[in-house]
Write a protein that binds this ligand. Structure first.
Ligand code: SD4
Length: 329
């Protein structure tokens, strides 16, 4: 099955060297003599509401780490978002499993994967980072850790998500047996922020690909793939088909490209080009990155048109940008 955003049908016009630009991100990318701070950037339209919450923290002089956790919790707790937290579409057996990770200015990080019945996995990821000697907890252990640290278990499968699942299941009765991964549109939230002290942090949280094989984990909780922060250089996060992002160690790659002197947008463009080069069926998938650098410049780039992201800073307020894409609109 082809998804609306991450998988496309055949016949997409490939722009040989041409780039689709429906709206310029030049405001956010204008080079500043003085660093632009604070700034928050996040993936997709649900990023606007998440940015609003993050901005409250940042504009009060708060830490980027608190801003990104606060921001993405809004999306996790919104049952109308079918790709993150409560309301997320389940796996092929009808179970909602969530993945999330967080990384701060010190290079500390925490992550949870395939966690069930916990609405805000980003806060569990933060507790893994702050309260354990580990980076990543998965499945039952992650859930137990969350409950022991005061989080409530809750049914995350909303009536709407259940109805979508039943619709899908009735048209794919052998989906698990045949080990076919049928992937629908899923829009992870990745958020990056720089605070007024110039410190960077990032968070990424998702219910992963809808109808995934039980046990499947994508890029979103993998440090370096779904998210990476280096306080000397910048930060990046990914959305789209996680398998392709993991293979390219995508977010780490974006940060390394910025370290080599590329702007955030150029780094995202070069990293999505790398994904294309390494993915034989790249015309069928969507991958997008967003990035922020130490100067507070932001940018994004994707393979297919249709990816957008939200940026909030003092000069421009909270607004959307269309991600430039390798494939023309
Ligand atoms: C995954 N990267 O699980 C996630 C899905 C996603 O926007 O980003 N959707 O592969």
């Amino acid at each position: 099955m082809i998804s609306r955003r991450h998988f496309i049908g055949s016949g997409a016009a490939v722009a040989a060297g041409s780039i689709a630009t429906s709206k310029s991100s030049s405001i956010a990318n204008a080079s500043h003599a003085e660093p632009n701070r604070p700034v928050v950037i996040s993936t997709w339209k649900h990023g606007l509401a998440a940015n609003d919450a993050a901005w409250k923290v940042l504009s009060a002089g708060g830490r980027a780490l608190d801003a990104v956790e606060t921001g993405v919790r809004v999306t996790e707790s919104d049952p109308s978002v079918s790709s993150v937290g409560i309301g997320g579409w389940p796996d092929a057996s009808g179970v909602v499993t969530l993945d999330a990770c967080i990384m701060d200015e010190k290079g500390d990080c925490g992550s949870v994967a395939a966690i069930e019945d916990i609405e805000n996995p980003i806060s569990v990821a933060r507790m893994v980072m702050e309260k354990t000697p580990h980076v990543m907890l998965v499945g039952k252990g992650a859930q137990l850790f969350a409950v022991e640290n005061g989080m409530q278990k809750k049914n995350l499968l909303t009536e709407n998500a259940k109805a979508e699942y039943e619709k899908w299941k009735s048209s794919h009765p052998d989906a698990i047996k045949s080990r076919t991964i049928n992937i629908e549109n899923h829009d992870t939230i990745g958020m990056l922020a720089i605070d007024s002290n110039g410190n960077l942090s990032g968070a990424c949280t998702t219910s992963g690909m809808a109808w995934k094989l039980p046990g499947r984990v994508g890029d979103s909780p993998i440090i370096g793939a779904g998210l990476y922060v280096d306080n000397e250089v910048g930060a990046a996060t990914a959305t789209g088909v996680g398998e392709a992002v993991i293979r390219a160690v995508g977010s780490f790659l974006v940060v390394e490209l910025m370290r080599q002197g590329n702007s955030p947008e150029d780094a995202c463009r070069l990293a999505t080009q790398r994904v294309i080069d390494k993915t034989p069926d790249w015309k069928q998938i969507q991958v997008g990155f967003i990035a922020i650098d130490k100067q507070g410049r932001t940018g994004g780039f994707c393979i297919q048109p249709g990816f957008d992201y939200a940026v909030y800073d003092e000069a421009g307020g909270n607004r959307m940008f269309d991600g430039k894409s390798h494939v023309a609109k």
